[in-house]
Design a protein around this ligand. Sequence first.
Ligand code: GCV
Length: 661
Amino acid sequence: MEYSKLWLDYKRGECSGFDRIYYNSDDRCVVSAARELQSAIGEMSGIYPELAERRELTDENGIWLLCGKNDGKYYDLNMQSYKIEEKDGSIIVASYGAAGVLYGAFALIRKMRLGETELTEEKTPSNPLRMLNHWDNPDGSIERGYSGNSFFFKDGEIIINERTRDYARLIASVGINAVVINNVNVKDEALYFITDRYFGKIRGIADIFADYGIRLFLSANYASPIDIGPLDTADPCDERVREWWRNKAAEIYRALPDLGGFLIKADSEGRPGPFTYGRSQDAGANMLADALEEFGGIVIWRCFVYNCRQDWRDRKTDRAQACYDNFINSDAHFAPNVILQIKNGPVDFQVREPVNPLIGAMSFTNQMMEFQIAQEYTGQQRDLCYLIPYFKEILDFKMCRHPDCDTVADYVSGKAFGNRLCGVCAVTNTGNDYNWTGHDLAAANLYGFGRLAFDNDLSAEKIAGEWIEQTYGGNTLVMEIVSDMLMRSHAVYEKYTAPLGVGWMIEPADHYGPNPDGFEYSRWGTYHYADREGVGVDRTIAGTGYANQYAKPLAQMYGNVDSCPDNLLLFFHHLPYSHVLKNGKTMIQHIYDTHFEGVKDVREFIRLWRKLESVIDDGVYRRVKERLLMQLDNSVEWCDIINSYFYRKSGAKDEKGRRIY
Ligand code: GCV
């Protein structure tokens, strides 16, 4: 096998046999559900159950897959909910919709493998949309990809093979229901994905996805009318442009009837957009939405819109403010089939950022949260960083905008304002490496994102435990050690990199490894302002004013040094090195201590991992050990450079007299 089965690697003995699986519908998802159960049970018990179609439930014993009307809208939560029941010696998996039956079947397989004796369960997904965004390019490269090349594209061609199906199986097993297959920076051949040059192959992928309840989306280039031609403008108010998109939509949907719609990066980092023509973001989004509406398509419009040509001398312009400022006055302006896709923080997927203040601030606009499991700024799948505890913290955070339905999860799931088109997505971390994710343990982020998106109530620890047991089996030592490492890893990464929420002390070229002033005098708007007195960005009213984008209680909390949480202190304040933190340490001492501690923690990870030699599969052991050794080098580099940097700026000695250069 050229690639790992990840958590779908069924092991003999994980369940006992069943003779029959009955199913009542020939819908492709129900058939997939039946086949998945058949092969899972077959591989685990050694006996492959027979599949039999029955229109009605009878008293024959077996596993029953029952699909109800299946006539709801695609993102209707009822169609995706399931119920598992044990009755008179049979197990019944039922749903109104075919996708729900598939999720129920995967849930049953998971329960069997985890040895759960209580099979009865009723689940409705927390989020209507649970999406993965690929930043894969047609030449096979992946922007911010750390696990090989694309398994969708190579040399301008689309690849369809067993891996395509196995990918669909993997992600459907954790409840993903939408995938954008190409990079938001739409360039080169990708410009033509919305032309008949590529329709055939894209349809091939969409069909495989459809077997697993997954909608395929495409990133489209906002300036397609020019770049594909023949127009000389992409102005959303120009009737020729509107007509171009209407015709294009009709052409696309004739060839790709199940296309979910478009993901659009506009007016950002050199990409064209409505601002190019002096038009608003909603004018641009609605023009596309209007073209797709007739076909049930949706437009996912990214809010990552900011000026990437800033002057570092100007301390008033603040990139963190851009997202909110560019969208907040457009509430109720967006068409019902537009979803705003909002990054979890206001800047860009740093290891620690406050929650994006736009979340929950627009009550008449569909919104979804954009996370990143590709570890662009969190160790690039060389360093271990299990992101689910952090995502969970974000989803549980209260925005203080609504009396009782106020968590980030409530807003992005659509619960707070009763929107239907909402949810979560993650920039994905997969590639064509044997293990899919570069670091074997980074697959926990892929698994975990899907599980958390499906069920916001799961704890990060429970998700980690499920993943470990299904991937590596239930050995107690493996369970304990891997879970401990995963659960601590985000905090450890945070310790040895940029301190106290200040971010951006990374190498500009590839975003890996330390370079404290790498972005300091650049155009990107990401500064920390360290000098000999102190460090941090004043985002209070006296500073850039960013803190005021939050509802009052949060604006006050962040705006005040005493109430601002320490882990975000330098995101919101410029403070002297002598500032005393809530833990009683001076800021400079805290920086020294956490950096030394971070390295110590990585050494501890290595010590723990060594205990798994000959306990865990050899290949896994070797690959992870290699990555941990790389992580150790990286953490030492970070520790020495950051500590020396601040020592040289501040002249403050380490109380513990450790070596700083
Ligand atoms: C796809 C960051 C990344 C870019 C990425 C961009 C985005 O700036 O470094 O590679 O582009 O975010 O989210 O669009």
